[in-house]
Design a protein around this ligand. Structure first.
Ligand code: SF4
Length: 427
């Protein structure tokens, strides 16, 4: 347990939530986990984790890989070696990559994904990627990023991956405004979003990541980007360095968040507010009805969020405003005040936020809070259930399609499910 005291800061603006800042022991997956949804999204990409047997086990158990399938990720196991063995490790990596690309000529983008064992840290994967890219670039681009548990929590793996793609995006040929949606989305959600943007009159939309990593959209001063995921700080920074501008909005979770997200894009692209209202009306109504079905199970229930995915603040906003849940504490591994500004203003006054983690202290606060439901990582769920608390795995919220009007009811149902299950067990 850390001996650092949590620092409580309350902004002078009284409506701004109080934040507990902690830097102690934390319990989250590493950034390798992002490969599980990224490899499904980018169908011409391959993720080669340069890591240990632990990394291989994490991926195989988290992804439930069948070993006879041809998956789009694998682990090159680097055994322990001293600095004198680094040249051998580079040779070994080159051999693994050459063999892989000979066997799998369909791979268009190969990500070398770094991990945290010391023998991997000694390898310069960025340089290895450049060397291999020079050799294979005519058929396969080779890029590198880190999914190490020392540097990344599980959703930051996506940020690191997309940040590696930004320098590869071509320069836009004109400064005409064009919308870029940033953050990995299930294909079904991407298609729904494209249709909704078309109804708003915004026809030209690009996605990062798209379905093919080798066909990246162009970027330039005309790019207006809308974050679909709240954990993409580095990707956003690099896009802005390429001239892109962020459209400020809450995140598209729930009826209200989705409507505000689309409306922000509509304003940026000069769509009249009455046109936007009409275009969004049907989706809003469907989302409202679907969410309302789960309100009886959730209204008035107390919820506590451990910091895990960075989705916590938008989820808390939706659960409080659309389902009447009471927020005990909303933890987030990292609070990006600019990207979260529109979310923070929507949180109920006095919401207690926590940034970072000191797991022992947070467990104490959780037990004292009288929470009915706790959102946390897998490692904490079992001990909390054993103490009689209902839990929801935060990783499930990243794997499931939850964005947009059509998914709002499913999202509410994910939170109602633990209560329904308990009722069934009691009956
Ligand atoms: Fe474990 Fe580090 Fe490998 Fe992640 S990257 S599985 S934290 S050894």
């Amino acid at each position: 347990m850390s001996d650092t005291d949590p620092i409580r800061s309350t902004s002078a603006a009284c409506k701004e939530p109080a934040v507990i800042r902690e830097r102690g022991q934390h319990e989250v997956f590493c950034g390798l986990t992002g490969i599980i949804w990224l490899h499904r999204k980018m169908q011409d990409a391959f993720f080669l984790v340069v890591g240990s047997r632990t990394c291989a086990h994490l991926l195989q158990s988290a992804a439930g890989v069948m070993i006879f399938a041809e998956p789009r990720f694998a682990t090159a196991i680097i055994e322990d070696r001293d600095l004198a063995g680094i040249a051998d490790a580079n040779d070994e990596l080159d051999r693994v990559v050459n063999r892989l690309l000979e066997r799998r000529p369909d791979i268009r983008v190969l990500f070398l994904v770094g991990s945290c064992p010391s023998e991997v840290i000694k390898l310069d994967l960025g340089r290895a990627a450049q060397r291999l890219d020079a050799r294979h670039a005519r058929k396969t681009r080779v890029l590198a990023y880190s999914g190490s548990g020392i540097e990344t929590t599980f959703t930051q793996g996506e940020d690191a991956c997309l940040a590696a793609l930004v320098p590869e995006m071509p320069h836009a040929s004109s400064d005409a405004k064009r919308l870029l949606v940033v953050g990995s989305l299930a294909d079904i959600v991407e298609d729904q979003f494209s249709r909704q943007f078309q109804q708003l009159g915004i026809g030209q939309i690009d996605y990062l990541p798209g379905r093919r990593a080798s066909e990246l959209p162009a970027v330039g001063p005309g790019t207006r980007y809308l974050l679909a995921q709240p954990f993409l700080a580095e990707t956003a920074r690099l896009l802005e360095a390429r001239g892109a501008r962020r459209i400020a909005a809450p995140f598209p979770l729930g009826e209200e968040g989705s409507a505000l997200w689309f409306e922000a894009a509509a304003r940026e692209f000069g769509v009249h507010s009455s046109v936007a209202r009409n275009a969004l009306q049907a989706g809003r109504a469907r989302a409202r009805a679907a969410v309302a079905r789960h309100k009886p199970a959730l209204q008035g229930k107390r919820i506590f969020f451990f910091p895990d995915s960075q989705l916590e603040i938008p989820l808390a906003r939706m659960l409080a405003r659309e389902l009447g849940m009471q927020l005990c504490e909303v933890g987030t591994p990292y609070l990006h005040r600019i990207h979260m500004a529109d979310e923070l203003t929507l949180l109920p006054e006095g919401t207690q936020l926590a940034e970072g983690q000191d797991v022992e202290r947070q467990l104490d606060r959780c037990f004292a809070s009288g929470a009915d439901l706790v959102v946390c990582g897998l490692g904490l769920a079992n001990p909390l259930e054993a103490r009689g608390l209902a839990t929801k795995w935060s990783i499930e919220l990243v794997f499931s399609p939850i964005q947009g009007f059509e998914q709002a009811g499913d999202l509410a149902e994910l939170f109602a499910r633990p209560f329904v299950r308990r009722l069934k067990l009691v009956a």
